[in-house]
Design a protein around this ligand. Sequence first.
Ligand code: SAM
Ligand code: SF4
Length: 510
Amino acid sequence: MGDVVRLLYDAPGVKPDQGADRHIAADYPHPGIYRGQGGRGKGKRTMSQKAVLKIDEGEIERVLTTAGKVEPARIREVLKKAVDAKGLQPEEVAILTGVSDPDLLGELFATAKHIKEGIYGRRLVIFAPLYISNLCSNECLYCAFRARNKDLNRRALSQELIAREVEALVDQGHKRVLLVAGESYPKEGFSYILNSIDTIYGIKRGNGEVRRVNANIAPLTLEEFKQLKKKKIGTYQLFQETYHRKTYSKMHLGGRKKDYDWRISAMHRAMEADIDDVGIGVLFGLFDWRFEILAMLQHIRNLEECFGVGPHTISVPRLEPATGSDLASQPPKPVSDVEFRKLVAILRLAVPYTGIIMSTRETANIRRETFALGVSQISAGSRTNPGGYSEKEVAEASQFSLGDHRTLDEVVRDVASMGYIPSFCTACYRLGRTGRDFMDLAKPGEIKSHCDPNALSTFLEYLQDYASPATHETGEKLIGAVLGEMGEKERAISEKMLQAVKAGKRDVFI
Ligand code: SAM
Ligand code: SF4
């Protein structure tokens, strides 16, 4: 194994927590391109074959320029191809980014809806972020947690306070949480994260518990990823923010996050450590969204080539106002609402089997509009300040402003009244249907026959244990309607599971 490659994988010499300026540029030379040599989708490669991705910016610009203005017939050809749910080539994606004619836009949205319904049905998986700390040694210009922001109330929650937060979330009915933290840990270093996961899984309240912890934390070394894996996390999530190297440098002025390569290689280390559910994302508003989605596709293809499986989810955060950040209120490359809907729809067509996550950064209306275009997971009732669920709102400790302030119960009722099934299912990850195994099931559309019954049983669990009377009523009607539309076999399985939940059984899944 070449030294440089090894260094990128495990950055030896960098202790898990070396404080503000544990920047690794001094610890390893930047290697440039290390492209993988193995065949496409041939499964895991040996370490020496692993690629450290370099986004080919020239190629993206070429593809975008070539796409230019195209005839409606060519656009319709691409949409027709997309219906097969086999994904799209960069040239085809570039063509769709240029669609502006209202009729064609309508056709693009209709195609996205068709694919979303075919693969994900009407399920929307629900989760809540859990901010455990806003300590951070990085200087990301758009974020309230950045090191030099003096207007922020800083804190890392103790394990006791994390437990209070989890109790508050569990008492609302949440089953999935996304652990979030800034890039600086209290005294115990990286163990703080590991201990926090133990705390979260350790809370039991009546019928309630967190059944899946996902994590959105700074890039780790290979060794740290292995420790994270042992804690049974679901998805490891990390956003590249922008794939455009020059813009990345302008936005990240201090701390380890300055290092673009350390960040873009994080998913390779995670997968190498056997965390095969990873979630990628872009912070939209920093650079041209068209470039970003084409670059994201390169990242996805690279993971597929190296590991035989791409990311489990894509997040599409848009820049929101944040205290102490002028840039957050004035995005350098704002993405309009129409463009935002378009980019969600294009992603649905380009990578049909990758979940799309929509957070409460967006307003209730935008969220509603994007459900039909391809979103498969949403957060609800979120707080972005540590302590936000169990304590009264702590002023000026939040990461950014939210667009949707509704409670979980309100979101669930709204979603159900639109005909979507709010799902609290965590079955796949607990049955080991992750990474490639999940994709193998998902690709022929088989996952639906597991997911629909699981969504219904976990939804009924929520209705029985936590819902307000109005939500209960809306939810029961929806369950009846969904059962009525199911095939005979699936309905029989679902009814049996629902009976078990009605009889008091919990955590019923197949
Ligand atoms: N500190 C880690 C990191 O930066 O990767 C993980 C947690 S960070 C709190 C999670 C994400 O919040 C970032 O990746 C970034 O995309 C997003 N974020 C930061 N500032 C934001 C803002 N003003 N509006 C919307 N999203 C923001
Ligand atoms: Fe820190 Fe993450 Fe915010 Fe950057 S985005 S300042 S790394 S919390």
